[in-house]
Design a protein around this ligand. Structure first.
Ligand code: ZN
Length: 235
């Protein structure tokens, strides 16, 4: 089963290069603006407090710490903003930008933003499909290539895997919208000066590329399986 398929590399390499570039971009932009102190000297935790109050979400949204670097996220299940140690404690331009982005997700949740609801709804299906899909696909692949059985099982595997692709696609509007909300929130809050806003915005734009790279990789991966199944169908 593990043989060298040039088609796989042709399809995997662009996604891999884009992923590596996006990782480099987000890390360098973050490292840059995490060293720039914001004029007000407010940390991520302090910014969260102020922005939550301004958004009228006090008592609804909690703030907690989470280990790791750039591990910041919002969990809609318990309506909690999880901030990484650096973002929580550093009074940097990057920390305030990232906090505002995570609060953007909380606002999406509070306002029933469609793509976020859709993404939450498909999580169970995606979890089952991503694990089972590979197994079903390779079972179908072996049966089709070794025993000459029809490729229907491969297509069933692809159907299961397509949930992951759908998830990575719907993540794009969710992430772009959260960053747009963050920019608007920060502008209206008066917490940052125009130059600081630009810095925070470039951290968010860099982070958006990691989601674009993930979606491209997932789609190219799915395309590879589709081409394999197509090849087996024509045999
Ligand atoms: Zn996000």
């Amino acid at each position: 089963m593990f043989y060298f398929d040039p088609l796989y590399f042709i399809l995997a390499i662009p996604g891999l290069l884009l992923t590596l570039w996006a990782q480099w971009k987000v890390n360098s932009t973050y490292n840059n603006f995490s060293r720039v102190r914001n004029a007000r000297g407010i940390t991520g935790v302090e910014a969260a407090d102020i922005l939550i109050r301004q958004a009228g979400l006090q008592g609804q949204v909690q703030v907690q710490g989470t280990p790791g670097k750039l591990s910041d996220h919002y969990d809609p299940r318990n309506q909690t903003l999880y901030l990484s140690p650096e973002v929580a404690r550093n009074p940097s331009v990057a920390a305030v930008g990232i906090t505002a982005h995570e609060l953007g997700h909380a606002l999406q949740h509070a306002q029933n933003y469609g793509p976020l609801n859709f993404r939450m709804a498909i999580v169970p299906m995606v979890n089952i499909g991503s694990g089972l899909g590979y197994f079903v696909f390779f079972l179908g692949f072996c049966l089709a290539t070794q025993a000459g059985v029809s490729s229907t099982i491969m297509w069933l595997g692809i159907l299961l895997l397509s949930g992951t692709a759908l998830f990575s696609l719907v993540t794009l509007p969710v992430e772009f919208d959260a960053s747009n909300r963050a920019r608007r929130m920060l502008e209206a809050s008066g917490l940052m000066q125009p130059q600081e806003l630009q810095g925070a915005s470039s951290v968010l734009s860099a982070a958006a590329w990691t989601y674009v790279a993930a979606a491209a990789s997932t789609l190219l991966n799915l395309l590879y399986y589709i081409l394999l199944a197509n090849r087996a169908s024509r045999r």
